[in-house]
Design a protein around this ligand. Structure first.
Ligand code: FAD
Length: 308
């Protein structure tokens, strides 16, 4: 059942909008899991001012959701009501080197490109981004990290737009980073660019580190599958994958969704899974882990939208 088409109302209240506004746009193709329903409105802003303009004109009670490269998302089968914003590479895809061993990146830039640009400039400290398949926007929101590095270690400041359409700069402290989370998102800021601090390094060493990261991932993670990466956060005092394994969930299936045989904190869409299959499988894993070990696993993957 499609959502009501809000596009003419939005265009009427924001006549100078320059970005692309589409009603009832399927989102499944924009997520790694390849499941889920449409966005009521999908908006791709022309640039930061266009984004700020739209947000300043939208009714306050209309929900706004931002998505990145969809590598940490389950979009539910009923889709996402309100306006879904996806930043395009044209306006938000720049990378620039700055003085003091710093690098600025738009939030649509894939993490891997930041790792490569830093390596090309002999800047050390950002190689961990090599294997994370999201965008910088998602990395800021999730405090993404791997192989001993995480976003909080290298982030100086972030530019973004608030729900009311104000352009703001957030310091590292204001980002409120914790394990796989940033509290800044609770203030409804859409991040538009980030400034990173590197340190001078040896290009060959950085490249070797990136190669190590790539090999480690290919050996240990189902990176070619339709997945959302690590499903649950590691709880204090435990590793999610070990708890899931110990609860007998490796390979467990619900509909077309399966716990990966290769890495059991990864869920996989084996082909015809619905979002309800994937989320239902995750909840069943949580239930079994709780029963087996007492640990209450918390979702790392973001689940957005409404049931089908
Ligand atoms: C195979 C695989 C391996 C992975 N390995 C790792 C890993 O090693 N380490 C790790 O940390 N993660 C890993 N992930 C998870 C995922 O890649 C990261 O969480 C990534 O940072 C998500 O970025 P994204 O652009 O895909 O965000 P999305 O999945 O699109 O969104 C994630 C969250 O970020 C928010 N968001 C996105 N863009 C913005 C923005 N511009 N402003 C504000 N909020 C925004 C969204 O609203 C949502 O809440 C893996 C995923 C996969 C599929």
């Amino acid at each position: 059942m499609p959502f009501a088409d809000l596009s003419s109302d939005i265009r009427a209240s924001a006549p100078d909008l320059r970005g692309r506004l589409l009603a009832n746009q399927e989102l499944s193709g924009l997520t790694w899991f390849r499941v889920g329903g449409p966005a009521q409105i999908l908006f791709t802003p022309a640039d930061e001012d266009d984004l700020a303009y739209l947000l300043s004109k939208l009714p306050e009670d209309l929900p706004v959701t931002v998505i990145g490269l969809g590598s940490n998302l389950i979009v539910r089968d009923g889709g996402i009501p309100g306006v879904v914003i996806r930043l395009g590479g044209k306006a938000f895809g720049e990378i620039a080197l700055e003085s003091g061993d710093r690098l600025r990146a738009g939030t649509a830039v894939p993490d891997v490109k930041v790792a490569r640009a830093a390596a090309d400039a002999s800047l050390d400290g950002l190689a961990f981004y090599r294997g994370i398949p999201g965008s910088i926007g998602g990395a800021l929101r999730m405090n993404a990290g791997a192989h001993g590095g995480e976003t909080t270690d290298v982030l100086v400041s972030v530019r973004g737009v608030t729900r009311k359409g104000e352009i703001v700069t957030l310091s590292h402290a204001e980002m409120g980073f914790t394990y796989r989370n940033s509290a800044a998102s609770t203030r409804d800021v859409i991040f538009t660019s980030a400034l990173f601090q590197g340190r001078p390094g040896d290009q060959a060493d950085i490249q070797a580190e990136m190669d190590r990261v790539t090999q480690a991932r290919e050996a240990a993670q189902p990176i070619k599958e339709r997945t959302g990466g690590s499903t649950f956060k590691n709880p204090d005092g435990g590793k999610a994958w070990k708890l899931i394994d110990a609860a007998g969930c490796r390979g467990l299936r619900v509909g077309g969704a399966q716990v990966s045989e290769m890495h059991c904190n990864f869920l996989i869409n084996t082909g015809g899974a619905t979002a309800a299959d994937v989320e239902g499988l995750g909840e069943e894993v949580r239930r079994r882990v709780k029963e087996n070990s007492g640990f209450d696993l918390q979702w790392e993957i973001k689940r957005l939208g409404v049931a089908g």
